[in-house]
Write a protein that binds this ligand. Structure first.
Ligand SMILES: Nc1ncnc2c1ncn2[C@@H]1O[C@H](COP(=O)(O)OP(=O)(O)OP(=O)(O)O)[C@@H](O)[C@H]1O
Ligand SMILES: [Mg+2]
Length: 264
């Protein structure tokens, strides 16, 4: 499954990403969540800048998520960082040894492992509309099955490589307000979705199932909030995440509470 979280700065994209990942993890009994975190956002899960240590964190049981933060200082969001982030991402994907974990490769260490969930935060570093990092493209293809859940997080809808967009299963939009961004949403999902995305309140999210066109409004941000930048902590509202999550079909306006199908 290819999931995209799209929203301007500080809307709560990274916070939503770990929430969704944990929800899926419980639902499909997935392995540890792997996070590529170039801006060093996730401090509430075990994290490291050392790939060797990251590999041993992967092997250890007991963590629901682990983050690889390749740089010791937050990156500065400039074009100059792109090359470094792209090389680090290739190394990160190698370290995951996904084929081996899924049992696809001969000599698999864990042939019966559950599905894998990967969060790629700040995914804009790895692509432009006409360019995609090879390792990312490979992950996107692997995520075409229900064995791999890839959650890409970025600011603007036009930042995603067309080849990635073509594989999208679920989109989670925070508010966009630039006309050029709204146009991309319109082209991707149609007029109705574009109209809603333009007017979403802070931290609210519109979920779109690409194939069916089904939409759901996530309008209770407190349900999925957790302090991802704080110290290690349990996931919020363990086991009851979607109890009381009001979801409303944007198409017919009917309440659909509790019926959300994230990751299905
Ligand atoms: N559901 C929520 N309800 C209320 N506040 C939230 C929620 N999600 C995130 N926040 C707050 O918004 C701020 C930004 O959160 P987060 O880092 O997840 O956003 P982001 O969109 O990933 O930001 P950035 O663009 O910097 O990567 C934080 O202060 C966080 O505590
Ligand atoms: Mg973020």
């Amino acid at each position: 499954m290819n999931l995209f979280i799209i929203g301007r700065r500080t809307q709560g994209k990274s916070t939503l990403a770990i929430y969704l990942a944990r929800f899926i993890q419980r639902k499909v009994n997935a392995h540890t969540i792997f996070i590529f975190d170039p801006k060093r956002t996730y401090k509430s899960v075990p994290y490291t800048s050392d790939l060797g240590e990251f590999e041993s964190l992967i092997e250890k049981s007991g963590h629901d998520a682990v983050a690889y933060q390749p740089f010791r200082q937050p990156t500065s969001d400039t074009e100059n960082d792109r090359d470094a982030v792209n090389s680090e991402f290739v190394a990160f994907v190698d370290a995951l040894a996904i084929e081996r974990h899924l049992g696809v490769e001969h000599g698999a260490r864990r042939p019966t492992i559950g599905p894998i969930i990967i969060i790629v935060d700040e995914a804009w570093y790895l692509q432009k509309s006409n360019f995609g990092n090879n390792a990312l493209e490979k992950l996107v293809r692997l995520a075409d099955t229900d064995k791999v859940y890839l959650i890409q997080v970025s600011h603007r809808p036009g930042e995603f490589y067309t080849g990635c967009r073509a594989q999208s299963d679920e989109l989670y939009f925070f508010r966009q307000w630039l006309a050029s961004d709204i146009e991309v949403v319109r082209e991707w999902c149609g007029d109705e979705v574009a109209g809603i995305v333009e007017t979403l309140p802070d931290h609210h999210v519109l979920r779109v199932e690409v194939n069916s066109g089904r939409t759901e409004l996530f309008d209770r941000p407190e349900v999925w909030f957790s302090n991802i930048k704080g110290g290690m902590q349990p996931s919020p509202r363990e086991g009851t995440e979607h109890d009381g999550l009001a979801t409303v079909s944007a198409s017919d306006g009917q309440s659909n509470a509790g019926a959300t199908a994230i990751g299905s």
